[in-house]
Ligand binder design. Structure first.
Ligand code: GRF
Length: 205
């Protein structure tokens, strides 16, 4: 199976990026992480990418661009120049412009720390805990113009324990994310899928 090139966009710690890089280097996930872009100068994700030897690692400063579309156009140019097939959002805390989403339609994926469609938005873990759900989890989904609203590719479930706080629950969810994100990427590349309205169907092997 030939590897496919991906671009990762990350704003924070980059532990999902690290999980993808590790899966790729161990041969579990047929991707070549060719580009890593961050909108935060001090994002640890940038150092993780540099340490792993990713070819193009860039902080792109939103303040240097007139608006969201101009910023996203600059990112799109870099991603296209590097010939990436997939764009993987890994803790990317910026809303994407409709230009970007439609330009790369069905080629952008995100991981969200809740069982969507429940608890979309910035505090999925805290909101699930406050609501009192007994199971939580994470969702890998295609990105459309609605925040956390694209078609669902995969989900994993974890229990919510009585003494959980946001941090302990998020940790349990993240342990699942580190498995689910590389596995889903691998399946997308090796098996392929088609979309029928909101439903994803995996190709027959
Ligand atoms: C993850 O929990 C992911 O679900 C959410 O943002 C967090 C990113 O964590 N979208 P990290 O930067 O990969 O450590």
């Amino acid at each position: 199976m030939t590897h496919q090139a991906i671009a990762v966009m990350a704003s924070g710690r980059g532990t999902n990026l690290a999980a993808i890089l590790e899966a790729a280097s161990k041969g579990y996930c047929p991707v070549d992480v060719r580009v890593v872009i961050s909108n935060k100068v001090d994002a640890p994700a940038l150092r993780i990418a540099r340490d792993a030897g990713v070819e193009t690692v860039l902080f792109i400063n939103p303040k240097d661009y007139q608006d969201r579309a101009a910023y996203d156009k600059a990112c799109a140019d870099i991603i296209e120049k590097a010939d990436c097939q997939w764009i993987v959002l890994a803790g990317y805390m910026r809303i994407l412009s409709s230009f970007f989403v439609n330009h790369f339609l069905n080629c952008i994926i995100n991981i969200h720390p809740s069982l969507l469609p429940a608890f979309a938005g910035a505090d999925g873990v805290g909101n699930a805990l406050a609501y009192g759900v007994k199971v939580a989890g994470c969702t890998v989904h295609l990105v459309n113009e609605e925040v956390d609203g694209g078609a669902i590719l995969a989900q994993a479930v974890v229990p919510v324990l009585d003494d959980d706080d946001r941090e302990s629950l998020h940790q349990r969810i993240q342990a699942e994310e580190y498995q689910l994100y590389p596995q889903t990427l691998c399946r997308m590349i090796e098996q392929g899928f088609s979309t029928h309205e909101r439903r994803i169907t995996w190709n027959q092997s």
